[in-house]
Structures are given as C-alpha cells and as structure tokens.
Design a protein around this ligand. Structure first.
Ligand SMILES: Cc1cc2nc3c(=O)[nH]c(=O)nc-3n(C[C@H](O)[C@H](O)[C@H](O)COP(=O)(O)OP(=O)(O)OC[C@H]3O[C@@H](n4cnc5c(N)ncnc54)[C@H](O)[C@@H]3O)c2cc1C
Length: 387
C-alpha cells in the first residue's frame, strides 16, 4: 500500500519550505519533494534582501511594499541570526535620473508603510561622505540613508525546512516529482529517487517549483489551468574587496536601473540585471554582457574596488505576463488553483521576503478541502531553528 499524506509539496526552495512548515504546524501529514538540494534554484540566487522593495513604489505597488515590510518585521523577530538590519545608502549625482525630492518622497512613504520600524531615513551631510567606503564623490549631490534587512537565502530556506521537519514534515531531497493523477479526493503522486519510482497519495498537492512550475503542471492529469508568464533572469557578481557593513542602492550608469552593491561574506555582491529567458531553468547562467554591466556599475560608484569577478550567478524570476517593461511588471505572487475547492495550488512568482505569508495563503485555500485541525504553532511567532 502506498503512503498517504494530507499535503505533498513539490519544490524545496523558500516557497516550498514555507508551505511545508505552514502545513506541518497545522498538524497535516506533509511531504516535501526536492529534486536536488534545498534552495538549489532561485532561492540561492537572490539579492539576499528582506525588504519592502523601495523601487516597487515607483510602479505604485503600495500593497506589495506594505505587506513585504510587515513580513520583514516578522522575520527580524523570528530569525534574528539570519535576518539582520542594515544601513542602505542612496547616492545621487548630477547624472542621476532620480532627484533628491523624488528619493526623499519615496523614503518618507517607505517609512510610513513600515509603521516607523527599522529606523527612519536621513540625508547624510557632505562632511560625512568620506566615511562611505570610498564612494565616488565627483558630481555627488546628495546621499540618503535608510534601514532595511539582509539575509542568507540558502540558510533561511534550510531554517524554514528544519522548522517544518520539527513539526513532522518529511523532507526528501534528491527526489524528483515525475507525475500526478487525480484520484478520488486527491492526487496519486509519483516521484523518482536514484532511479527508483515511489508512489503516494495526497489530499492536496502544492506546486512550489518556481521557474519549473509550468513543467510541473504539464505532468499533472487531468491537465490543470496554466498561467501565461515569463522567466526573467537576474545576474549577480561577487568581487574581492570589502564594503564595511553598509549597503548601497545605485543607478546603473547605462540605463538608470536600480542596482544593489552589498557586503557579502567579506566580499562585494553587485546585482541585479533583467533579461527575458527561454530554456531549461536549470541551465540559466550569467551572460558576458550582464557581467560587464555590473562591473561598469560597480566601478562607477566605487573606483577603488576591484571589479575582478570571483563568482557570478543567475536566477530566474517568474513574472506573470502583462503589458509594460520587465522592470515595471508586478512582483506579487499568484496562486493558481485547479478548482474553487482546490486540490492543487501552484505558486507563481513572489518574493523571498513574502514566503511566510504566501504559505499562509496557500494553507487558507487548502483549508477548504482539508480536515480541520488545531494549529500547534503560529509561524509569525515561531522562532526559526538554527542549524
Ligand atoms: C535575481 C533575483 C534576485 C532576487 N532578489 C530577491 C531579494 O533580494 N529579496 C526577495 O525577497 N526576493 C528576491 N527574489 C525573489 C526570490 O528569490 C524568489 O521569489 C524565491 O527564491 C523563489 O523561491 P521558489 O521556492 O518559488 O523557487 P526556487 O527557489 O527556484 O525553488 C524551486 C525548487 O523546485 C525544485 N524542483 C523543480 N522541479 C522539480 C521536480 N520535478 N521535482 C522536485 N523538485 C523540483 C527545484 O530544484 C528548486 O529547488 C529575487 C529573485 C531573483 C531571480
């Protein structure tokens, strides 16, 4: 007889780990399948920020920013070793597209939406510009400081998965989902590990395979609804040199896109780019043009730092199709269900920062078909276990 679960989650990135945790704390028999290792996909290739997303204010995504800022507060509380407050600096030059008034208004709104948490913001007097890690001062007109948070995306994913396991979830890495078929009040699920096929039954299935989401849906019978979307690659480079503890949010000289320059494990992380990607999600890699774009940006702001690339990596955003340029597209998560009383939910897009809330939303919807249980914990208060 095959094993039986309440919830089977496919994908061991931050979203899959989050859903496994949310399901397990509610007392559901939960299984998570990950084809490689935890956080092998996008969840190890992010900018590693837990933030509201200041730039989303420019495209009017007030709700997204407010919710993300709320999640930032929760993560600062439940994972203080993994999510740390940082000072972010925005330098403005004669050549910058954004004006001091524009940035001041944005930061004012950001603080308002955050409810005054993680400090406020300030304009840094010119006499203090020298302490800013060798920031280029030629043509510098103004510098603003605000507060946000940095994390380690891989460690965060592991901590959430560990918490899920502590509440009884089975986490199976190196196990690929290969198909599911609707049977009775749920799905029969097939997976493969080291060439051996295993079958199990579940009342509900969650597709948390990020950029592989469409591929995963193509293996489900009968064919569930699809969501037209694009995969958008983003590259980061890691270079030698140190930045102290400060983070910088700058405009790329060539197109004025926002780029972060951040301290990362004693080196410097610069990212990111945006490029449409078509192909196998597992093969996404930085292009020479993206690397040059980031090197040029780094050199423009920190001429004293090395631009020799020690490491580079690319990840894929899942952006539902819409009008407008990639930069202005919605970053809100979309939950796609197979029916009004869902047995299968697919997670498209979203942010590392919002994983916990997304998981709660998934479980609320699955609550329509799963037996009622008394939750054993509240994930907004549950301290994440360290390794
Ligand atoms: C360049 C970039 C920068 C970003 N920066 C930030 C940031 O600073 N802050 C922020 O909040 N968000 C950021 N994001 C967004 C965030 O990184 C993603 O939303 C998040 O990591 C997506 O997680 P996920 O679990 O949906 O997908 P993934 O992490 O990709 O996980 C999907 C998993 O599914 C597995 N899988 C696929 N197919 C199968 C199968 N058949 N069987 C079993 N397992 C399977 C994969 O191996 C993978 O581990 C960034 C995104 C990008 C691309």
């Amino acid at each position: 007889m095959s094993a039986s679960y309440d919830v089977v989650v496919i994908g061991g990135g931050i979203q899959g780990a989050g859903v496994a945790q949310a399901a397990a704390v509610r007392g559901y028999r939960t299984l998570l399948l990950e084809q490689q290792t935890l956080a092998a996909g996008t969840s190890s290739r992010s900018t590693k920020l837990v933030h509201g997303g200041l730039r989303y204010l420019e495209s009017g995504r007030i709700r997204l920013v407010r919710e993300s800022l709320r999640e930032r507060e929760i993560l600062l509380r439940i994972a203080p070793e993994l999510v740390v407050r940082q000072d972010f600096f925005i330098p403005l030059y004669a050549s910058s597209r954004r004006t001091a008034g524009h940035v001041h208004a944005g930061l004012w709104l950001y603080r308002l939406l955050a409810g005054g948490s993680v400090g406020g913001f300030e304009r840094i007097p010119a006499r203090e510009w020298e302490r800013l890690d060798g920031l280029e001062t030629a043509g510098l007109k103004a510098v603003f400081r605000y507060g946000d948070a940095q994390t380690d995306d891989v460690a965060l994913t592991h901590a959430v998965a560990r918490s899920a396991a502590e509440f009884g979830a089975e986490i199976r890495v190196g196990t690929r989902f290969v198909g599911a078929e609707r049977v009775g009040e749920g799905y029969e699920v097939r997976s493969v590990r080291e060439g051996v096929v295993a079958t199990c039954e579940t009342r509900a299935l969650v597709n948390a395979t990020g950029p592989w989401a469409a591929q995963t849906l193509s293996r489900v019978l009968p064919g569930p609804p699809r969501l037209p979307h694009d995969l958008v690659a983003g590259t980061h480079i890691i270079t030698e040199g140190a930045l102290g503890k400060s983070c910088y949010y700058v405009e790329a000289p060539s197109d004025h896109r926002g780029v972060f320059i951040l301290p990362w494990r004693g080196r410097v992380l610069t990212g990111t780019t945006e490029r449409l990607y078509v192909g196998d999600p597992g093969l996404v890699a930085p292009t020479p043009e993206e690397i040059t774009y980031l090197q040029v940006t780094l050199a423009a702001y920190f001429p004293g730092l090395s631009t020799v690339v020690a490491e580079s990596f690319a990840g894929l955003r899942v952006l539902p199709k819409s009008q407008g340029d990639l930069n202005g597209r919605s970053r809100e998560v979309v939950l796609l269900a197979d029916a009004p009383r869902p047995r299968l939910i697919s997670i498209f897009g979203g942010k590392l920062t919002g994983y916990r809330r997304t998981a709660e939303q998934v479980m609320e919807r699955l609550g329509l078909v799963l037996p009622a249980r008394v939750p054993r914990a509240d994930t907004s208060r549950l301290r994440l276990p360290m390794g």
